[in-house]
Design a protein around this ligand. Structure first.
Ligand code: SF4
Length: 264
C-alpha cells in the first residue's frame, strides 16, 4: 500500500522533514532526492516502471486512484488526531471567503505579471521551433568540421539546459506566487507573529525560479544574439517581477527552507 510505504520512508532518520514544501519539485535534479520522502517515492516508482506509465493505461489510473485514496486516508488520520472533523459540512461563508481571496489574489501585481510571463514563454515556445532547428543544423555542421578549439556538444548542452530551466520554472513561478498572494489575502492571521511565514517560503521558491530563469535567458542570449529583442523583453519582464516580488515579500529571501537552507 502506498500509504504504508510512504510512512516507512518518511520515518527514516535520514529524511528531512518538510523539505518538499519549499522546493521546485524538480526531483530528477534535486541534490536531496535521497533525503526527501517524496523524492524517494519517485525513485521507487522509477525502479518499478523505468519508462513510466502511459497516461492512458488502466495501470496509470489505478495507481492514481490508489495514491488519492491513501492521501485521503492519511489526511483523515491526521484530522482525527488533531480533533478536526473532516466530514463536517463546510459553511457557505467559507466558500464566499475563498472566492474573495482568489479574486483578490488574481488581481495582485505579482500574480498578473507572473501569468503574463507564463503566456510570453508559451508564445516563445510556439514561435521559436525554426530557430532551434537552424541552430541544431549549424551545430551539427560545426561538429562535422571537427575544428580545434570548438565545442558544439557543449553549446548544445548549454542550450538544452537553459530551455529545460525556462520551461520548468515558467509555470512554477506563477503557481508559487499565486499561493503566496492568496495567503496574504487570507484574513486568518498566522498563528505566531515571529514564526517564519509560509507565504515567504512560497515567494522564495518563486524568486529562486526567477533567478534560474534569468540565468537561462542570459545563456540563450549568448547563443541566439539574433533574437536579442525578444530575449531582452523576457529578461526585463522577469527582472521587474523579481524586484516587485522582493518588495511585496521582504522576508522571502531570508526564509529558511528545510534542507536547502541548512535547516534539518
Ligand atoms: S525536495 Fe527535492 S526530491 Fe523532494 S520533492 Fe522537492 S525536488 Fe523532489
Amino acid at each position: 500500500m502506498v500509504k504504508e510505504k510512504y510512512k516507512k520512508i518518511a520515518s527514516h532518520p535520514k529524511m528531512i522533514s518538510g523539505i518538499h514544501n519549499y522546493c521546485d519539485k524538480w526531483c530528477e535534479r534535486c541534490r536531496f532526492i535521497t533525503r526527501c520522502a517524496v523524492g524517494v517515492m519517485e525513485l521507487e516508482d522509477k525502479k518499478d516502471n523505468p519508462e513510466g506509465l502511459s497516461l492512458d493505461s488502466p495501470e496509470f489510473f489505478n495507481k492514481l486512484h490508489g495514491i488519492f485514496a491513501d492521501t485521503f486516508e492519511m489526511i483523515r488520520e491526521w484530522a482525527k488526531k488533531n480533533g478536526v472533523d473532516v466530514d463536517a459540512p463546510i459553511p457557505d461563508e467559507y466558500w464566499i471567503q475563498q472566492d474573495k481571496i482568489d479574486k483578490n489574489a488574481k488581481e495582485h501585481i505579482c500574480a498578473k505579471a507572473s501569468l503574463r510571463y507564463l503566456d510570453m514563454v508559451r508564445k516563445w515556445m510556439d514561435d521559436s521551433s525554426d530557430d532551434f532547428k537552424k541552430k541544431a543544423a549549424a551545430l551539427m555542421k560545426e561538429a562535422s568540421l571537427e575544428l580545434p578549439g570548438t565545442s558544439p556538444e557543449m553549446k548544445a548542452l548549454e542550450i538544452k539546459d537553459a530551455v529545460d530551466a525556462i520551461i520548468w520554472f515558467h509555470t512554477l513561478i506563477h503557481v508559487k506566487l499565486m499561493r503566496a498572494v492568496q495567503q496574504i489575502f487570507d484574513d486568518e492571521p498566522e498563528e505566531l507573529e515571529d514564526y517564519p511565514k509560509d507565504y515567504d517560503g512560497s515567494a522564495k521558491v518563486a524568486l529562486i525560479g526567477m533567478d534560474n530563469s534569468i540565468d537561462a535567458w542570459k545563456t540563450l542570449l549568448a547563443h541566439f544574439p539574433e533574437n536579442e529583442d525578444d530575449i531582452l523583453k523576457m529578461l526585463a519582464h522577469l527582472q521587474k517581477l523579481r524586484t516587485r516580488t522582493e518588495q511585496e515579500f521582504p522576508g522571502a529571501r531570508s526564509f529558511k527552507r528545510p534542507g536547502f537552507d541548512g535547516i534539518e
